[in-house]
Structures are given as structure tokens and as C-alpha cells.
Write a protein that binds this ligand. Sequence first.
Ligand SMILES: Nc1ncnc2c1ncn2[C@@H]1O[C@H](COP(=O)(O)OP(=O)(O)O)[C@@H](O)[C@H]1O
Ligand SMILES: [Mg+2]
Length: 294
Amino acid sequence: MKRALILVNAFLRLKAAMNQPIRLKEELNKLGVEVDIEPNSINTAMIMDGKPLSFLQGYDFVIYLDKDKYTSVLLERTGLRLFNSHKSILVCDDKMETHIKLSGHGISMPDTIPGLFCYYENASIKETLPRIALIEGKLGYPCIVKECYGSLGAGVYCAKNRDELLSLMEKLKCKEHLFQKMIIGSKGRDVRVIVIGGKVVSAMQRISETDFRSNIELGGRAEPFELPQSFKEICERTANILKLDYCGIDLLFGESGEPLVCEVNSNAFFGAMESVTGINVAEKYARYIYETIY
Ligand SMILES: Nc1ncnc2c1ncn2[C@@H]1O[C@H](COP(=O)(O)OP(=O)(O)O)[C@@H](O)[C@H]1O
Ligand SMILES: [Mg+2]
């Protein structure tokens, strides 16, 4: 019997997050794979007698829709195949890590400066004057400030002047964050592309009339988008560099309309993509996994 497990976050109860495992289960069932969907609060893995130990028995693979890094690495250490792999999820979860990993491979991205990590709540931002000068000199205003572990647009900010920059630096100083050139031509507009097994399967454009962030969760609307070859190529190269089985890549429009990689989501929701494009993303992912495993 063919059997799979889909693990979801122990706490997340967003409707969009629950649609994902249900759709994947449906499509895997059609291929003859039995699927359990469980939250990561079930007994998954631990270290016993100094060795990784998995409590999961009889599964051919796990679709890991969580980002909990300790469980994912332990499961892999016990020999289970995870979609996506622990390493790929880890790199994508941290926006700065993603940029570092993609740099030097000829992938166009907005100029990016890492934020400095502060250990003391009462430390002064003024200690970092050279870094402020670098941000102003290389990025200018307005610039983008991002929490490295944010998602759904929630940890992405815009600083229009030094006062706003300093107040964001103060707010984020004890969290991982980064500074980025604002891609003006892409204000409130980006492209989301789904890549499976290194091949683009669907794309849509997201537009917001009210916010520089085009996330649907913040009121952006989505429409189909005919992907130019250069957009396709940058996405497939990005997914291959990061060794992702599945991902959603956000692209910005550069000055001449060329694509720039904004971020890579290893656990991208595909509900909106399926309804906007009519493409059955879950079926394509299920088929890719099936062919990889069996
Ligand atoms: N450098 C940038 N220039 C212009 N717009 C940006 C930039 N970075 C992000 N955005 C906008 O903000 C949105 C959210 O940023 P993103 O990095 O994708 O974070 P999240 O993980 O929260 O979606 C993007 O979809 C895009 O519309
Ligand atoms: Mg995004």
C-alpha cells in the first residue's frame, strides 16, 4: 500500500493553510496514495540514546507544510523523504538567507543590506551610524525594511525618510531584518510564480491600489499573467539553486520591466493561484511527488 503523511503547523488554523493539505490529499488519493493529515503536535521525532528516532511508521514520504526546523531535520535524519527538504525550507524561511544563497549566481534581485542584530533592548540605534550611512548612500529613500521571518506582507515596511528608517531600526533591532532598494516601478504590483520540480507551472500578477505591498492577504487582487521567457528562466534557475521541489516565487518589475527576485516561499499557498488561472496546482505537485517516489 502507498501511504503518505502531510504535516501541518501545530498552531496555524488559517483557512488558506488548511486548504493546502486537503487539496493535496485529494489529488494523491486519485493516484492511489493513502494520505493522513496531521498537525506537528503528534509524536513525530525525538533524540533517544543520542540517536534521531521517528515515531512515524509506514509512510513513503512526508509533505512538510510546516516550517518547524527541528522536526524536519530529525525526520530526514531517520531516512524519511520530505517535500520540501529541510534545507530548502530553512533557506526560504529567512529572506536574508535566501538572498545570500542566490547571490553570485546571476539572479537579479533588489540591492539588499543585512540588518544588524542587537542583544540589548536599551541599546541605541545611533551606535550604528556607518550602517545608516550605507543604507542612505546605496539604497536611498524610500527604502524597504523587512523582517527576515515575515510572511503575508506583515513584516514588510517602507521608510520614506531618516526618521522613519530610525524608528523601524529601533522596532526591529532585536529581530533578524534587512534593508532593500525599493523597486519603484513595482510599487503595489508583483508576479507570483509556482515552480514544481524545477519547472514553472503557473503565474499570476498581483496588484494593490492601496498599498506598496501587493499581497492578496492585504487587499491585493490577482489576475492571470502571461509569463515572458526571461521571467520563466529566472524562476526555474532560482528553484534549482535552492533545490526546491515546490515553491512560489515573487518577482518585481525592474526599471525596464525585467524580472527581479523579491522572495521565495517554500510553502506558498496555491488556492488563489488555482482559482485565478484554472490550473490544478495540487494535481501537478501530487504527480511530481508520485513520480519522484514511485
Ligand atoms: N524591494 C521592494 N520594492 C518594491 N516592493 C517590494 C519590495 N519588496 C517587497 N515589495 C512588496 O511587498 C510585498 C511583500 O514582500 P515580500 O518580500 O514578498 O514579503 P512577504 O513574505 O511578507 O510576502 C511584495 O509582494 C511586493 O509587492
Ligand atoms: Mg511575498
